[in-house]
Structures are given as structure tokens and as C-alpha cells.
Design a protein around this ligand. Structure first.
Ligand SMILES: NC(=O)c1ccc[n+]([C@@H]2O[C@H](COP(=O)([O-])OP(=O)(O)OC[C@H]3O[C@@H](n4cnc5c(N)ncnc54)[C@H](O)[C@@H]3O)[C@@H](O)[C@H]2O)c1
Ligand SMILES: O=C(O)C(=O)C[C@@H](O)[C@H](O)[C@H](O)COP(=O)(O)O
Ligand SMILES: [Zn+2]
Length: 430
């Protein structure tokens, strides 16, 4: 099937990374060009001033496009070829739904789809089995079948919940990610980790399940508040720290542009982040090794989220503080200099992100929540540490004392200067 709609409407939907004789074809689940199967496709590799459009993620279980554009929520061509059946269920929440649901429904209905929708309550605290059950109830009520498609319209919470519902309802239905937060665009919508939290641990119940497509309408980011934008920047900066020093340097030079939402800077940050994530996930879809580097700061960060009841700290904020803790520990292992740690703190602070854990996170609390991390193997904790800026490793080879001293160091710091280490904009509710 050729993507005729795209070629006929060049002003609306440019696929400028392909030559005119090379357009996208999905056949039997494989992405092909009309000339040859492609290994990986990307455009807009280096130049921040060039528009980016489509990036293809290639995993063993599925290959799929990430479409970037403005106003593409209103363009049915981006959805049509990825929706095999006649029914669609759009899952969103009570914040994003009022903003974008009608527009999306209209687009899908113009492709003659029967569109159902469900608005679940907003927030990380609702990323749980109760909300998941509401999605299954809606699937049953709408009599969805194996050809029906679930669409996630929202941030990472909606994407993770909907993806897991899609992975499990009738043992798997197609799903499409429409990420509407910066964090979801650069991280959660890509790579197929889906799931929900358990009160005792983050994302403890879930599945690896790739979407059919990721549709990024950059316009939706206009309604995002500054705190959420900053949370997304934490994961953007993460890619620089774990494997892409050139990108980290670019972030350092452009962080103010990003905070001011300069469109070209945001486009480049989104593209380069997705490229990094896509490369890692393609190499190790189910996290048997290298994929775990995407977890930099997360073992500490997830402990902060769970330890504060999933209700105070945003995921990106917790990851920011966690990346500083991982950096400090890497310094104590002799792998980073004090200047390197300062560099990590500086870029995160400039992005208005917290660089210390909350005073309530005692050593005992950290150890309890960290002990149920998914990287624990036969009781042994593994951490993502830095063996230099841009060079993350996954290791269980560290003395427990160094970990505990690191946590105690931060606890002492925040207890002696609690006023310095508040979560930015903490007065805003989640
Ligand atoms: N699956 C993965 O690989 C992966 C990766 C990173 C994070 N995550 C998960 O993602 C979640 C965090 O995602 P998040 O930061 O997007 O949080 P979120 O989904 O809670 O969204 C943040 C807030 O922004 C609101 N919102 C969303 N889009 C908006 C828009 N366009 N305009 C205005 N408001 C909007 C939401 O309603 C919410 O209040 C966490 O649960 C985290 O564990 C998953
Ligand atoms: O995609 C991945 O792999 C990641 O680790 C990305 C993280 O940013 C994300 O927060 C992920 O959900 C964490 O995964 P978990 O397996 O530690 O729950
Ligand atoms: Zn994350």
C-alpha cells in the first residue's frame, strides 16, 4: 500500500526524509521502501535548523514510524494505515480529553472508524490496576475485537496504561501512541515499555509491547505547563549523559531556548532524543542488557516517587535528582570527577529541575524501595552509573557501603539546608 495521501498533500504532511521514489510502505508488518527493505530511517540528523518528520523504530517484534509534525492530529493519513479494523478506543484523561479528544475523534471518524473514548482520572496516582480495569470495562462495553485499535492520547501515564491494556486485552490488540507531553514524546511513547504501578514499586506490572505508530503533534505541547516541560527535559538530558556527549553539549548551549520553547530547539531535542532511544531499544528490545542504561537515575528516582506516594514528585523531577545521586556515586567509585558531578547538577538546575532528594527520603526508605527495583537479580541490586560523561554502564559490582554513603551524604545535605532543596514549583498540584 502506498501512502498516497501524503504524497498528494505535500503542504500538510511532508515526508521530506524520503526521496520521491522512496516512500513508506507497510507490508505484513514490515516497513519497506518501494525499492528495498530499510534497516533504519532517519532524517534531520545533525542540523538543528532542518525540519524533522519521520523516524523509524526497528525492533525485533515490530518496526514502526514516529511521525513528528504540527497539526497532524487533524490528518487522517497518519492514522489510517495503522488501524486495521473498524473500531477504535481512544483513552485519555480529564485534562487532555477536553483539549484534544474531539479533534482526534473527528479525524478518526472521517476514516469511517467507529470511535469510542474513555477519560480516566488524571495523575500518576491513577496509574494502577483500578484504572486499567476501567479500560478493560470500556473495551468490553464497546465489544472490541482483536482488530480493534487502542489509541493513547496523553502523557506517559496514559501511554503506559493504554499500552498495557492493548498488550493484554484479548491477548493483544494494535495500539497507537499520541504523546502530548515532552516527556512522553522523547521517552515513554517509544520503545514499548507499558504497565502500571504497585503501591510498593514503580511500573511493577507490565509488558513489552510496541505500538503500531507514534504520532507527535507538536502543537499539543503549547498547552503544557512549565513544570511538565522541565520534567521532560530531565529525560532529554539523560540521553546526553548516557551516550551522546555532543547532544549534551548542545543541550548545555541551548537550555534557555528549550525552556522558552523555541520551536526549532524543541524539534531538535525531540528528534535527537527519540533517535537515541530508538537506537538503544533496537539493540535490546526486552532489556536483557544495554537497554538498562535508559534507567540512569531511575533506581533512586523510582524510590523517591514510590516513597512519596506517587503524589508529590513528577517522574522527570525524581529522575533528575536520581541522576545527580548516580553521578555522585560514580564519583565515589572513582569514575567521574567532582567537576563532572557539578556539570550534571548545573544543566539540571538550569532546567529548573531538583538536584537533591526530598528530606523525607531516609537511608532506610531508599534501601527498601530500591531493593524492589526491576534490575535486582537474585537479591542483588544493579545500578546505572557513569564511567565518564556520556558513558553509562549497568553494574552490580559496587560496595554496598558506597551506595549507603552516597545516600547519607544527600540526606545530610538536605537536612542541613532544606530550603535549598525543595522541588521546584512544589506548590502546584500534580
Ligand atoms: N514507558 C516508558 O518507557 C516510560 C518512559 C518514561 C516515563 N514513563 C512513565 O511516564 C509517566 C510520566 O509521564 P508524563 O511526564 O507525561 O506524565 P503525565 O502523563 O502524568 O502527564 C503530565 C501532566 O500533563 C498533563 N498533560 C498531558 N498532556 C498535556 C497537554 N498537551 N497540555 C496540558 N496538559 C497536559 C497530564 O494530564 C498530567 O497532568 C510516568 O508514569 C513514567 O513512569 C514511561
Ligand atoms: O525505556 C526504558 O527502558 C526506560 O528505562 C525509560 C525510562 O525513562 C522509563 O521511566 C521507564 O518506564 C523505566 O522503566 P522501568 O523498567 O525501570 O520501570
Ligand atoms: Zn523515565
Amino acid at each position: 500500500m502506498c501512502w498516497d495521501g501524503v504524497r498528494k498533500q505535500p503542504n500538510k504532511t511532508r515526508v521530506s526524509c524520503f526521496t520521491t521514489s522512496q516512500f513508506l510502505v507497510f507490508k505484513n508488518g514490515l516497513l519497506e521502501t518501494n525499492k528495498q527493505r530499510i534497516k533504519s530511517t532517519s532524517c534531520f540528523r545533525h542540523a538543528p535548523s532542518v525540519r524533522m518528520e519521520t523516524l523509524v523504530v526497528q525492533t525485533p517484534s515490530r518496526q514502526y514510524p514516529i511521525y513528528f509534525g504540527t497539526g497532524i492530529l487533524e490528518n487522517k493519513e497518519y492514522f489510517e494505515q495503522h488501524i486495521p479494523g473498524d473500531k477504535v478506543l481512544v483513552v485519555t484523561n480529564d485534562v487532555v480529553g477536553p483539549l484534544y479528544l474531539q479533534r482526534l475523534k473527528h479525524t478518526l471518524e472521517s476514516s469511517n472508524k467507529l470511535v469510542f473514548s474513555l477519560e480516566v482520572p488524571n495523575g500518576e496516582i491513577h496509574k494502577n490496576l483500578t484504572t486499567l480495569s476501567q479500560i478493560y470495562d470500556k473495551c468490553m462495553e464497546a465489544r472490541l475485537d482483536r482488530k480493534s485499535t487502542l489509541v493513547a492520547l496523553g502523557g506517559g501515564v496514559i501511554g503506559d496504561l493504554t499500552g498495557f491494556a492493548a498488550a493484554t486485552f484479548v491477548r493483544g490488540v494494535p495500539f497507537i501512541q499520541i504523546p502530548t507531553t515532552l516527556l512522553a514524546v522523547v521517552d515513554s511513547a517509544v520503545g514499548g515499555k507499558t504497565g502500571v504501578n504497585h503501591p510498593k514499586g514503580k511500573n511493577m506490572i507490565g509488558a513489552f509491547y510496541q505500538p503500531q505508530a507514534v504520532v507527535v503533534d507538536i502543537n499539543t505541547l503549547h498547552t503544557l505547563d512549565d513544570r511538565q516541560l522541565a520534567a521532560g527535559l530531565a529525560e532529554v538530558i539523560k540521553y546526553g549523559l548516557i551516550r551522546d556527549v555532543a547532544f549534551l553539549e548542545w543541550c548545555e548551549a541551548n537550555i534557555e531556548r528549550l525552556m522558552k520553547r523555541d520551536p526549532e530547539a524543541l524539534r531538535y531535542a525531540m528528534y535527537q532524543s527519540c533517535k537515541n532511544k530508538s537506537d538503544v531499544v533496537s539493540a535490546d528490545e526486552r532489556e536483557s542488557g544495554i537497554r538498562a542504561i535508559l534507567n540512569l537515575g531511575h533506581t533512586f528516582g523510582h524510590a523517591i516517587e514510590a516513597g512519596t506516594g506517587f503524589s508529590t514528585w513528577l517522574h522527570g523531577e525524581a529522575v533528575a535528582a536520581g541522576m545527580v545521586m548516580a553521578s555522585e556515586m560514580s564519583y565515589r567509585m572513582g569514575w567521574l570527577t567532582k567537576e563532572d558531578v557539578g556539570r550534571v547538577e548545573s544543566i539540571l538546575s538550569r532546567a529548573s529541575l531538583p538536584i537533591r532528594p526530598p528530606p523525607t527520603m531516609t537511608l532506610e526508605k531508599f534501601m527498601t524501595f530500591m531493593s524492589i527495583d526491576k534490575k535486582v537479580e537474585s537479591g542483588k541490586l544493579k545500578l546505572v552509573l557513569l564511567r565518564g560523561i556520556g558513558n553509562a554502564i549497568v553494574t552490580g559490582d559496587f560496595p554496598m557501603d558506597v551506595l549507603q554513603e552516597t545516600i547519607l551524604y544527600f540526606q545530610k545535605l538536605v537536612l542541613s539546608h532544606p530550603e535549598q532543596y525543595e522541588v521546584p514549583l512544589a506548590s502546584q498540584s500534580l
